[in-house]
Design a protein around this ligand. Structure first.
Ligand code: NAD
Length: 301
């Protein structure tokens, strides 16, 4: 190590799926030693060749880490990693900082914050936006809730994974901002489906339609990134329908608890429910266009 190079903090990374795989790699590339754990051994193996150290449990990964970061599907998975037998609460990282970057319940997050604080460990909820492409390119938007001090300590790690990084408030605020992000995405994709359905039925070239919309006031991330797959009928990989339904459930729970009506979100949610009922839960969000195909009785969907 050169005289001016500072030693980078070490990371325990837990959850090496669609997003976590890239995020762990980007931390490693930024110079942070990474010890990683996932319940799928093959997910760990695929990173070991690149220099990540394999761990046998969350506690094992956290053993000598400055920070523990998790990227897991839903609230019960994060609870397992925090409260489980070989979890983080029983054996916190020596750096006493834990960051969950999954999209989970803000209520559960605030409980984790309190339980970890009781044993002298800081906890930040820091969900992300930007999808697998953003994760791969270290270009995620990261919205963090927790204490200002903990955020300052976590910031260098966030910079290895994202470009838009914001401290948006106390514990749980990161999740609230993420849920707002998700309801915009879910409603936006319905609008794109409707434009494509109308354009197609009217005989307009859909690639050209998309290109024109992208150049004007109807432009959106969804249209840019998911539009080509929607037009091509490619329903594979990406942000899964099941994960968006999980997010929409969290949105509705929070809205009901605060008596905030969200009628457009309710409509979008029912389209996602329809998609899952047709076996599309593992497909990417672009498969929403097939709901519209089914509504107008197009064959082979
Ligand atoms: P994923 O299902 O691809 O990956 C999750 C990983 O966690 C898997 O490898 C799984 O084996 C592992 N896992 C599950 N339970 C575990 C446990 N108890 N201990 C250790 N590992 C465990 O999910 P993803 O697409 O990477 O998404 C992760 C989170 O990020 C979700 O909350 C999702 O809503 C959110 N998110 C996803 C995207 C996206 O485009 N995929 C974008 C933004 C946010």
């Amino acid at each position: 190590m050169g005289r001016n190079e500072q030693k980078k903090g070490s990371v325990a990374f837990i959850g090496l799926g669609t997003m976590g795989h890239h995020m762990a790699l980007n931390l490693l590339r930024a110079g942070h030693p990474v010890a990683a754990f996932d319940v799928r051994k093959e997910a760990i193996d695929s990173l070991v060749a690149q220099g990540v150290v394999a761990a046998a449990s969350p506690a094992d990964a956290a053993r000598s880490a400055d920070i523990a970061i998790s990227m897991l599907p839903d609230t019960p998975h994060v609870e397992e990693v925090i409260y489980g037998e070989s979890g983080i609460l029983a054996s916190p990282p020596p750096g006493r900082l834990v960051v969950d970057m999954s999209t989970i319940s803000p209520v559960a997050v605030r409980r984790m914050y309190a339980d970890l604080k009781a044993v002298g460990v800081d906890f930040i909820d820091a969900p992300v936006s930007g999808g697998p492409i953003g994760a791969k390119n270290a270009a995620l938007s990261i919205m963090a809730g927790g204490s200002a001090d903990a955020f300052t300590r976590a910031e260098p790690y966030f910079h290895a994974m994202g470009t838009t990084i914001a401290h948006v408030g106390e514990s749980g605020a990161g999740q609230t901002v993420k849920l707002c992000n998700q309801l915009v995405c879910a409603i936006n994709i319905q609008a794109i489906c409707e434009a494509l359905a109308l354009g197609r039925a009217s005989g307009v070239d859909l690639d050209q339609l998309r290109g024109v919309l992208l150049g004007g006031s109807a432009s959106s991330w969804m249209l840019d990134k998911l539009g080509p797959a929607m037009i091509a009928g490619d329903a594979s990989a990406g942000f899964r329908i099941d994960l968006m339904l999980k997010d929409l459930r969290l949105v509705q729970e929070q809205a009901l608890s605060l008596a905030v009506p969200l009628p457009a979100t309710a409509l979008a949610t029912s389209q996602y429910v329809e998609a899952r009922a047709h076996g599309e839960g593992s497909n990417g969000n672009q498969a929403l266009f097939r709901v519209y195909d089914r509504m107008i009785n197009r064959t082979n969907v």
